[in-house]
Design a protein around this ligand. Structure first.
Ligand SMILES: Cc1cc2nc3c(=O)[nH]c(=O)nc-3n(C[C@H](O)[C@H](O)[C@H](O)COP(=O)(O)OP(=O)(O)OC[C@H]3O[C@@H](n4cnc5c(N)ncnc54)[C@H](O)[C@@H]3O)c2cc1C
Length: 435
């Protein structure tokens, strides 16, 4: 049970929990739920005073690779009951569509953040041992030497409270103040694109239910089916296209989507919210732990949203963190052992993916091996299935790509041979744009 103390040495009140989690969005709520279920007392601190607050700039396409973690959290059924959509991907490339067969594709889950965030926050509030503290902003850390031992939070009236804990979790997003206050080593990597998008109601892009991506190399667009029959149209152009979006975001979004191959029915649809965007999105890779401190979700790794992994990684990292540190918080081992276990797992699961994602985030064009892989996946179902397992983050890059590349090269060699035999004309059944 948390202990409270009306006056501390600093004059404000203080309390003691096993853990203080800063940020009650996806990573923070999932961490609090996991730890609460493990019998640990948690103060879950959120700067917004509104229990229904949600992240406004996010297309919330949660990759198939993260869905098992959502199921284990017990969140998948509530998501589906709230109107969530299960959807497989298809990707347009200059060589045709990559479309793995429906029975071998990964299925993502989509629910607008305005529904998802309050849903998981309510689940956290109902978890025994979790105390949700809304309208509290973390202002500074309590330390004993190098070790973090708590957080000072300020409420909306300016009152400060010191929250003491054995572990502080920074789940406070891409610009993590907790990481900064703790002086955690951060690598910032450049991002060469910006993002704009909005929800539309109207006819669904064909085939209905599939999420469509356009890999326009280096430009990018997507259509995500989501709850209430809405489609989120999003684009991520390179920075040289920014002036037209700043001038008139809606016209620029409509023109961009209406110009892409196999145009989806955006002009026959009605926009239902404001066109929103994000211009600066540097990727950040931080060391995930320090004495008395752990980072989860975007606070640990913030990667390019182009590949739609941030929400899922927030939930997965929360699961790894709560599983790793629960034994220590129950007094079964030193905390540093649990933190080190989390760091190793986070690194092993996500570092390879983060590397490939960050590498393409500069706005550069595809490299020759990437072109070979995309072309082969558009031409051959077996490559498309392996490519989908990697792209939906159900398979790690290293071994998967090592297996896929030889298959891709063989497919492309057969394709080139067939073209030559056909006198340079594309073989029967090849897409018009195939080169
Ligand atoms: C344009 C764009 C599109 C995206 N699309 C997708 C997508 O399709 N799929 C996907 O998976 N991901 C997507 N993402 C990424 C996704 O939004 C994030 O990865 C995800 O929200 C991270 O969750 P989180 O819980 O770590 O952090 P956040 O959701 O950022 O939450 C941080 C929380 O901490 C709170 N907080 C911050 N500072 C303090 C403080 N000092 N004290 C108290 N509370 C504090 C905030 O109020 C907030 O509630 C997109 C991102 C962008 C920018």
């Amino acid at each position: 049970m948390p202990e409270t103390n009306p006056t501390s040495k600093s004059g404000g009140s203080s309390s003691r929990h096993d853990v203080v989690v800063v940020g009650a969005s996806l990573a923070g709520c999932a961490t609090a739920i996991g730890l609460g279920r493990a019998g640990v007392s948690v103060a879950l601190v959120e700067k917004s005073p509104d229990p229904s607050s949600f992240k406004r700039i996010c297309s919330h396409f949660i990759q198939a690779g993260s869905v098992p973690a959502i199921e284990r959290l017990g969140l998948l059924d509530p998501i589906m009951a709230a109107g969530g959509v299960r959807t497989a991907m298809r990707a347009w490339t200059p060589w045709g569509w990559i479309e793995p067969p429906a029975d071998r594709a990964g299925y993502a889950v989509n629910l607008r953040r305005e529904r998802l965030d309050p849903l998981i926050r309510e689940m956290a509030t109902e978890t025994p041992g979790v105390e949700l503290m809304l309208g509290r902003t973390a202002r500074s850390l309590v330390r004993d030497g190098e070790t973090v031992e708590g957080v000072v939070v300020r409420d909306v009236d300016g009152e400060e409270t010191t929250l003491h804990a054995r572990l502080v979790v920074g789940a406070d997003g891409r610009d993590s103040q907790i990481a900064e206050m703790a002086g955690v080593a951060t690598k910032t990597l450049p991002h060469g694109r910006f993002a704009y998008g909005a929800y539309f109601e109207g006819p669904a892009p064909a085939p209905e239910g599939r999420t469509a991506l356009w890999m326009l190399d280096p430009q990018w667009a997507a259509a995500f089916p989501t709850d209430d029959g809405l489609t989120f149209y999003g684009v991520m152009p390179t920075k040289d296209r920014l002036p037209e979006f700043k001038r008139d975001p809606e016209a620029a979004l409509l023109n961009f989507i209406a110009d892409i191959p196999d145009t989806p029915p955006i002009r026959e649809s009605r926009r239902v919210n404001e066109v929103t965007g994000k211009i600066e999105m540097p990727n950040k890779v931080r060391v995930q732990v320090a004495p008395g401190l752990a980072l989860a979700g975007d606070a640990a790794f913030t990667v390019d949203p182009l590949f739609g992994v941030g929400c899922g990684w927030a939930l997965q990292s929360a699961e790894w963190l709560s599983e790793s540190v629960a034994p220590a918080l129950r007094g079964e081992e030193p905390l540093q052992q649990g933190l080190e276990r989390y760091r190793r797992r986070h690194t092993s699961e996500l570092r390879g993916h983060a590397y490939t994602i960050n590498d393409y985030a500069t706005g550069r064009r595809m490299s020759p091996p990437e072109r070979a892989l995309f072309a082969a996946a558009a031409r051959d179902d077996r490559v498309a299935v392996g490519f989908d397992a990697f792209g939906t983050r159900r398979a790690k890059p290293g071994r998967t790509l090592a297996k896929l590349m030889p298959q891709a090269l063989a497919v492309n060699a057969r394709h080139a041979l067939a073209r030559r035999r056909a006198g340079g004309r594309p073989p029967v059944g090849a897409p018009q744009s195939a080169q």
